[in-house]
Ligand binder design. Sequence first.
Ligand code: PNS
Length: 163
Amino acid sequence: MQTVTAIYPGTFDPLTNGHLDLIARGSKIVDKLVVAILRNSEKGTPLFTVEERREMITEAVAPFDNVSVLTFNGLLVDFARQQGAKAVLRGIRAISDYEYEFQMAMMNRKLDPELETLFMMPAEKYTYVSSRLIKGVFQLGGDVSSLVPPLVMDRLKAKTAAE
Ligand code: PNS
């Protein structure tokens, strides 16, 4: 029997309920799902270190038997190959995500024609949720507690208290 491993890559700064919703959906359709945190992100200075993000995601995915958390550097296709993965899982929230996701999927296909990209949609209630908005709204005093796991909420509060 063939085992299908998929990689769910991202920056996850921080993990949101939208990410978690996608992990739950993805974990049902593949045998193994590896959440992969990009170490050398070009997105500027992150709020949480890679290690903090790894800890938060590991705790949040503990209920899923077939989900693990790793970090990676360099090309996603190389990491996917190392993991023996057949697919990359990505979430699409709205049409605005499509262009960026399409370009990445096509570039990854060019780099490794054997690797497929699977797109899934999160629950409607999370379609507007992004890590960037969560950070921005939280830093301005907005309530984001229903949009991130409680353990992420605690870390967000601890971060601001420490500043
Ligand atoms: O959550 P994000 O920031 O939208 O995730 C982007 C990510 C990590 C999937 C993407 O930046 C990536 O795969 N980076 C690794 C470098 C790479 O493989 N680039 C070529 C693919 S276009």
